[in-house]
Design a protein around this ligand. Structure first.
Ligand code: AMP
Length: 306
């Protein structure tokens, strides 16, 4: 089967203390899809304009990503511009140009509608809901979001949370949505809003999972570190790669149990750790299954104790 992924496809201008790229391939769905393609087949839904270089579409297709649902319409591609200071956990947005996103309605092709795993990457929550209205019988639905939607579309986002199994967000978003400084309080509170599993991403400090598999309240907790890297060039897309890798692994293993989710979190962390080693998808596009298993095993050694 395939993972259905919907989200932004972008041309990003990004500056970090270690360099700069202009109009480089980016977007939440792009990062997530390439990450998921390392484990499973991907069906992608998104929109680009007439200025979107064909070579980027070819890159996606070279990863066996189905781009039937990637619409190309008259106008300019979504653009995001941001920078990071030495605190690479915090992206500062300089400019967002919605462009073709303005009038975008994500139509899910018929050939995608039986997807078992659906990952709603960062995009307007109304569009995430529209995708959920079109899929037939997904076994597992995951979603991500960002502070913008908590600010301007909170009611829609709360509806999305009601309809998903796994909610992912970063620590700032979890604190903002739950009005608390404690991530433990936030994780437990998010579990009461609909999802059975909540994963709070903490950038270079790893991720926390809170789960309520039996529907009787919070009962499972997992804390994963991130891979200890000294050289990070560009953290853009790390969260999307984490979520994409995790979704792809869940689709590959067909096992949504909490123990397998723990493994999926580590695989997501492994993929994210490669992505931040270079700008755009420059590193992600060339990682191999051997690279992934090597780092996965390092994670095991790094966290083992008796
Ligand atoms: P991340 O670093 O994982 O938070 O995601 C970075 C990606 O999010 C970039 O490639 C951007 O193109 C994309 N992005 C930024 N702002 C938005 C937005 N308002 N809606 C959807 N995607 C966005």
């Amino acid at each position: 089967m395939s993972v259905l992924i919907v989200g932004s496809v972008a041309l990003d201008t990004v500056e970090t203390p270690f360099g700069k790229v202009e109009d480089a391939l980016g977007g939440a769905a792009t990062y997530a899809s390439v990450a998921a393609s390392l484990f499973s087949k991907v069906q992608m839904v998104g929109v680009v304009g007439t200025d979107f270089p064909q070579q980027h579409v070819e890159l996606l297709q070279s990863k066996a990503i189905d781009t039937t649902g990637l619409q190309r319409v008259e106008g300019k591609t979504f653009r995001w511009s941001g920078y990071y200071d030495f605190d690479l956990n915090q992206a500062i947005t300089r400019d967002t140009q919605l462009n073709v996103f303005q009038d975008f309605t994500p139509d899910v092709p018929d050939s995608y509608r039986d997807a078992e795993i659906v990952f709603l990457a960062n995009i307007n929550p109304q569009l995430q809901l529209h995708v959920l209205d079109q899929v037939r019988n997904p076994q597992l639905i995951l979603c991500d979001t960002m502070n913008l939607w908590i600010d301007i579309a909170k009611a829609d986002l709360l509806q999305v949370l009601q309809r998903v199994d796994v909610a992912l967000m970063n620590e700032g978003e979890a604190r903002q949505l739950c009005g608390t400084s404690s991530l433990i309080t936030a994780g437990k509170q998010l579990l009461t809003m609909g999802p059975k599993v909540v994963i709070i991403k903490k950038g270079e400090h790893g991720a926390l999972m809170f789960a309520d598999p039996a529907g009787t309240g919070f009962s499972e907790f997992f804390a994963a570190p991130s891979y200890p890297l000294e050289e990070i060039k560009d953290p853009t897309g790390a969260g999307d790669c984490f979520a994409g890798g995790l979704s792809g692994y869940l689709d590959y293993t067909k096992d949504g149990a909490v123990n397998n989710l723990r493994k999926a979190i580590i695989y997501g962390s492994v993929v994210a750790s490669f992505n931040v080693e270079d700008f755009s998808l420059n590193r992600l596009r060339c990682i191999t299954p051997e690279d992934i298993s090597r780092r996965y095993n390092e994670f095991k050694t790094m966290t083992a104790f008796e």
